[in-house]
Design a protein around this ligand. Structure first.
Ligand SMILES: NC(=O)c1ccc[n+]([C@@H]2O[C@H](COP(=O)([O-])OP(=O)(O)OC[C@H]3O[C@@H](n4cnc5c(N)ncnc54)[C@H](O)[C@@H]3O)[C@@H](O)[C@H]2O)c1
Ligand SMILES: [Zn+2]
Ligand SMILES: [Zn+2]
Length: 382
């Protein structure tokens, strides 16, 4: 089969690989019809993620058609159209039983904090991902869901991460009616978080980024008030100024460790890797909420982080909430919202890239060229 393969930082190729076999009776093999590149894949692409091994196939956002199932799979059969959450999880451990699918205890021998994620380094379990023609799906009775007929692949693929994560980010903000919500980052996660904030009763939604074309999408897709942080000496002071000098009720970090906005921190962390990334976005979130407010962190961070304004968070009495999204938990409500026309997820898709051109796809998305917001990967024959 054809598959995206990692060769080292900034080196992505398409190669021939063996079609993955069934390894366990509860595996399924899925023929991928759509995959996506996520902002999280950029952390791998940029060499930020420990134990990203040469030869690995990325891709944790994908949908497809079941090709083959193991002998104990009961809920799927060949021919079923399925969407697969980015989490690999067992469904029965202590954490899965409590809905913490992203924290499953049975799927990742290499870490205790995070569970399994498709195509996301050996730190997250070493599972090959879906930027390929075929992918092995463990615990096939647990994660995947048959795609309703009315939902097309371009929308369904966004359920498997970006849409669910944005919605989850807003949920963790614990938004009350009329709340002022500020979202840092106008990538796919931030855009969906901003749009979801309205569905949860927000009275005002503000989105901050420095890419004008993404702020434009925040205005047209998420109906948000937008600010370009590059145009202000101090975006936090501006935030205070426009919120009666109190701050927002809720801030959502949809940026993560590769944040721009502080040159020294960007260079020492993302270029020279003196620490696992830059804390600029999370600090802006902490500074931008009012006392007693909530900060929801969806952005990805390495395990060790310094220079986070924890003392300010303590002294302001903030609630900090965060996790990798337990994707399938968000699906019932999101399916209703999409079916009822409250969100059209594929409205943010800007590129459909043939799998054979995935190298270029990563470059365009990473360098933020050509107005790129969400690139989908389309294997040939689809
Ligand atoms: N928790 C989860 O389950 C989960 C799931 C998916 C993605 N993520 C993470 O969420 C983050 C966003 O994902 P994405 O796909 O939208 O990525 P993306 O790279 O497309 O978007 C990030 C955006 O943040 C902007 N930005 C950079 N510095 C900023 C700053 N200081 N303030 C405001 N905006 C800034 C960038 O210009 C960009 O538009 C990533 O860190 C990703 O790894 C987490
Ligand atoms: Zn992702
Ligand atoms: Zn589990």
């Amino acid at each position: 089969m054809r598959a995206m393969v990692y060769r080292g930082p900034y080196k992505i190729r398409v190669e021939e690989k063996d079609v993955p076999p069934i390894e366990h009776p509860n595996d399924a093999i899925v023929r991928v019809t759509r995959a996506a590149i996520c902002g999280s894949d950029l952390h791998l692409y940029h060499g930020m993620m420990p134990d990203t091994r040469v030869g690995m196939t990325f891709g944790h956002e994908f949908v497809g058609v079941v090709e083959e199932v193991g002998s104990s799979v009961e809920r799927l059969q060949p021919g079923d159209r399925v969407m697969v959450p980015f989490n690999v999880y067992c469904g029965s451990c202590y954490f899965c039983a409590r809905g913490l699918y992203s924290n499953c205890h049975n799927v990742n021998p290499n870490a205790t904090a995070v569970g399994g994620i498709y195509g996301y380094s050996h730190t997250c379990g070493g599972y090959d991902g879906g930027q390929a023609e075929y992918v092995r799906v463990p615990f096939a009775d647990v994660g995947p869901m048959k795609i309703p007929e009315w939902l097309d692949d371009d929308d369904a693929v966004l359920f498997t991460d970006a849409l669910a994560t944005g919605y989850f980010g807003a949920q963790l903000g614990d938004i009350k009616e009329g709340d002022v919500v500020v979202v840092f980052g106008a990538g796919p996660v931030g855009l969906f978080a901003a749009r979801s904030a309205w569905l949860m009763g927000a009275g005002r939604v503000i989105v901050i980024d420095h890419l004008e074309y993404r702020l434009e999408m925040a205005r047209t897709f998420a109906y948000a008030e937008t600010y370009n942080f590059a145009e202000y000496d101090d975006i936090v002071v501006h935030m205070k100024r426009i919120t009666d000098f109190l701050g927002a009720d809720v801030a959502i970090d949809a940026v993560g460790a590769e944040a721009d906005g502080n040159l020294t921190q960007h260079v020492t962390t993302t270029q020279f890797k003196l620490q696992g990334g830059s804390p600029v976005a999370v600090n802006w979130a902490i500074d931008s909420v009012r006392k007693g407010g909530t900060v929801s962190i969806m952005g990805a961070y390495g395990p060790l982080f310094s220079a986070v304004k924890l003392g300010d968070a303590v002294n302001k009495g903030l609630t900090l909430r965060m996790n990798q999204c337990p994707v399938k938990r968000q699906w019932p409500r999101l399916l209703e919202h999409v079916r009822d026309g409250h969100i059209k997820p594929s409205d943010i898709v800007t590129h459909r890239i043939p799998l054979d051109q995935v190298t270029e796809g990563y470059h365009i998305f990473s360098a933020k060229l050509d107005g790129c917001i969400k690139p989908l990967i389309v294997p040939s024959g689809n």
